[in-house]
Design a protein around this ligand. Structure first.
Ligand code: ATP
Ligand code: MG
Length: 561
């Protein structure tokens, strides 16, 4: 393709509204333009990459026996009501104004609708159905460019099986396909969540990429591959060792001491001698949560432990429940449920609030003084702590979800009436799985991982073009002739070539544009080297340059590729 005849609106400056690298690069390289918040047009260069990524996804889905569909984005609302997902999606769901339709944010409903009408016997399964199609979600905070759009492309697949064992197989196939897809795109990714493997399990795995643009926080171990969302991540960290001798309880006047730091300062003690108390309300009942030192309560873990939602108690509630304000609460004589973090297991000689303003209590021996106490893992893991699998150092960082595989079970089959008959003629709900990948997210994550200060660094697998050919001074006849000839020769040899044939652009400008657009190879045709019948070849990634005889260029490129 010739640049003079194409629409690749590159930008020199960083656009004001973009902060994330992939967003900046896509705008600067003329791959996308915003139409409205979270709504983007893919321009020709961007769409070329999206098509290549889609093709990789398609090949790997076909490899596991997937059959490609194309479902409507416009869905009757009624079918979404049958699964109660108009409610479940809430404001995320786009409604068409006459309220008869919704714009599909995913396609479990429509796929199950089709299965209901045709998958009627055990002989009709297994089935793997997928599509690469536009999804609509009214994301409350669309940002980071196409990473979180209100309209985006998803590869979504759905499997239909007779049993949970069969679902396990379908799930494993998708795990394999996803790894193949991300490997082929040369992405550095990791997987969060474990195979449940078990029958009836509702296993799920998320394929993630480390990125400041991510909205998930994960703990990851580079040594063994352990990865978990911070909401559930555990770590190896020492608890408070039990002292040989327990002191007696003693009340201490601690005027104006409200925080653990202030208490340590006032009593000249270490924070690991303190138990911090927090009151939560769950199901209308107060719960005192006890943490070692300054450890934070992980509310997700607490909710899991209590199997109910929690909220921090309001100041008035604290006073009513304990007789004291937030800074003076403690476990001694506390009348309701108490859960302590595992780091406090059987600890003694602790300081905590006295449930009386301006007083603390020392010498607390939890097994001796707090009769009804439960222990659980309630803290948030932190960078540098031990990996729960191998004790190497954990790292906590932000990450983006690239894809998700999920064992649905029979929820959709049951609510939409998709049943099959087994060998004995007995009826059962179809067992389903669902599997999604964000196509633009693959592109964005690739850019997050593959750029330098000058621009994008494509690999040959998903690059919009293999080669950028730069005719340096297109006012000179010999440059025009040699570059036009090379353009034909390389195109005939099967390479996709972006030819910078602009007459008025300066050499420096063309170099900058070529580095920004980032094709794996650049061929630079200038009048000086042409005198020796040579052109210059540059490897965008390594920066290596070669002088190559005109006749050898195809061979040399093949050698590099
Ligand atoms: P997130 O937690 O990031 O919002 P999700 O859990 O809602 O993702 P799924 O419903 O599992 O995502 O959708 C499958 C895939 O679709 C995701 O793994 C992601 O790659 C992509 N995706 C989801 N929402 C968006 C979006 N708003 N813009 C672009 N891609 C998206
Ligand atoms: Mg989402």
């Amino acid at each position: 393709m010739k640049i003079s005849k194409s629409f690749i609106p590159t930008l020199k400056e960083v656009p004001a509204d973009a902060v994330v690298q992939s967003h900046i690069l896509m705008l600067r390289a003329g791959m996308i333009r915003m139409v409205s918040a979270g709504i983007y047009s893919l321009l020709p260069l961007g769409y070329r990459v999206v098509r290549k990524i889609s093709e990789i996804v398609r090949e790997e889905m076909n490899n596991i026996g997937g059959q490609e569909f194309h479902l409507p984005a416009l869905n009757p609302k009624e079918i979404w009501e049958q699964t109660d997902r108009v409610n479940a999606f809430g404001d995320i769901l786009f409604h068409v104004k006459n309220r008869e339709y919704v714009l599909a944010p995913t396609h479990e409903e429509i796929m199950t609708y089709h299965a209901r009408n045709v998958v009627k016997s055990y002989k009709d399964m297994p089935q793997i159905w997928y599509q690469i199609q536009t999804k609509f979600r009214n994301e409350p905070r669309p940002r980071s460019g196409v990473i979180r759009g209100r309209q985006f492309l998803m590869k979504d697949a759905y499997t239909f099986d007779v049993s949970y064992e069969a679902l396990d197989k379908a799930y494993m196939l998708h795990d394999k396909a996803y790894r193949a897809i991300f490997d082929r795109c040369k992405l550095k990714y990791f997987v969060v969540g474990a195979f449940s493997g078990a029958m009836g399990g509702t296993g799920s795995e998320e394929f993630m990429v480390k990125s400041d643009a991510g909205e998930d926080t994960v703990a990851h171990c580079d040594s063994c591959g352990y990865a978990a969302n911070l909401e559930v991540a555990t770590s190896i960290v020492n608890g408070k060792a039990r002292d040989k001798k327990s002191d007696a309880l003693k009340e201490i006047h601690t005027p104006d001491v409200k925080s653990i730091d202030e208490l340590c300062e006032f009593l000249k003690i270490d924070e690991t001698q303190c138990a911090k108390s927090r009151i939560y309300i769950s199901d209308g009942q107060p719960v005192l949560v006890l943490m070692l030192g300054n450890d934070d309560v992980n509310e997700s873990k607490l909710e899991k432990e209590l199997a109910a939602a929690v909220r921090p108690g309001h100041p008035e509630e604290l006073a009513e429940i304990t007789g004291a304000d937030a800074g003076s609460i403690g476990p001694i004589k506390f009348k309701h449920r108490i859960i302590a973090d595992n780091r406090l297991k059987d600890a003694n000689n602790l300081y905590s609030g006295a449930n009386k303003n301006d007083y603390h209590i020392g010498g607390i021996d939890l097994p001796r003084d707090v009769k009804k106490i439960e222990y659980a893992d309630l803290r948030t893991a932190q960078s540098g702590e031990g990996c729960p699998n191998c004790d190497s150092k954990l790292e906590v960082f932000s990450a983006i979800e690239l894809g998700h595989i999920f064992k649905l079970g029979t929820k959709y089959a049951e609510s939409l009436g998709a049943f099959y008959l087994d060998e004995k003629g007995e009826e059962h709900p179809i067992v389903m799985g669902s599997y999604g990948i964000g196509i633009e997210r693959i592109l964005a994550c690739f850019l997050e991982q593959n750029h330098d200060e000058f621009g994008i660094i494509w690999n040959k697998v998903i690059a919009p073009f293999d080669i950028q050919l730069l005719g340096l001074n297109m006012k000179k006849k010999e440059v025009v002739e040699a570059s036009e000839k090379l353009y034909k020769e390389l195109t005939t040899a099967g390479y996709e070539v972006l030819f910078d044939d602009r007459v008025d652009a300066q050499a420096g400008f063309k170099f900058k544009d070529a580095d920004l657009l980032g094709m794996p190879l650049q061929i630079i045709v200038g009048d000086k080297k042409l005198k020796d019948n040579k052109v210059e070849l540059k490897n965008r990634k390594t920066g290596e340059r070669y002088d190559v005889k005109l006749g050898d260029i195809v061979n040399k490129i093949e050698e590099i590729y």
